[in-house]
Design a protein around this ligand. Sequence first.
Ligand code: C2E
Ligand code: MG
Ligand code: MG
Ligand code: MG
Length: 297
Amino acid sequence: DIAMYVAKTSGKGRYEVFQGSHHASQLETERLRADLHHALDGDQLELYYQPIVRLTTGDVVGFEALLRWNHPGRGLVPPADFIPLAEESGLIVPIGRWVTREATRQAARWQRRGGPALRMSVNVSAQQFQHPGFVWDVTEALERSGLDPHLLTLEITESVLVDDAQRVAGKLRRLKELGVRLALDDFGTGYSSLSYLRRFPIDVLKIDKSFVDDLAVSPEDRAVVGAIIQLGRTLDLQVVAEGVEDDAQVRALASLSCPLGQGYRFGRPRPASEAMAGGTVAGGAVAGETVAGGTLT
Ligand code: C2E
Ligand code: MG
Ligand code: MG
Ligand code: MG
């Protein structure tokens, strides 16, 4: 641990020597945390958009907004590296507010272009959800953008629901009164998921990528995914398979009658201009459908 460690700093070609890699990574984290304060003011945040497609037709039915940080020295920083820092520091509240405004504005822009309605999904972290101003922030974003509230889906994880059930239920109800839809993200990776489905007004289940990865080769994963899809059908929930990367997974999902999918197979997250540019995705059971060809149910 006392080995000398060399780290490149700020992409300026300077090198600094630290003692021990643990110390170095802590320093890196501290720098990132400090820099994050300027990310919003400095116009360094950007939303990428990834299509969600109907598996039977390949039609795009909507997009998920995924946050990117264009760090001046480091280039693109993935959310896994800075969302936890934003949560610890409370910065996730203003950042999340910006994400909601930006995503609803973009969705409204796409809506005004005409064509079939496209949904927009926005990720909400637990800290953001627990903030007293959260429902107001969503209300304001909807009003400012003019987006039809039914086209906005808020993605929460089960970690949101483990809090004081009464308070959580109250907040979810207020959100439902706005008209927005609620999705459980990374479904299957948390705990007590089934009781949550009874207790809370959830509209969409997003099957975690870890169940989709080996879907084509693992009978166990097939059984789990099949059960979630069946559950969705019974409880009248939409089901989206996350992280779909290849045709074998698409075929396996189709054989299980999974309605919706999302993943590199259909399109990577891209800046707004590119997400819609050209209007095609290499999509679905049917390839080459146009982005504007989606239909909602
Ligand atoms: P998530 O909400 O589950 O988003 C899906 C993640 O899987 C995204 O990673 C997406 O780029 C990635 N992905 C999609 N299809 C594939 C695929 O076929 N293969 C692989 N390997 N990956 C795929 P990303 O963009 O790095 O985001 C990671 C997580 O960060 C998100 O997971 C979400 O929990 C969080 N996040 C992203 N944007 C926001 C945001 O605006 N606010 C909050 N609070 N969290 C966010
Ligand atoms: Mg998500
Ligand atoms: Mg997910
Ligand atoms: Mg996630």
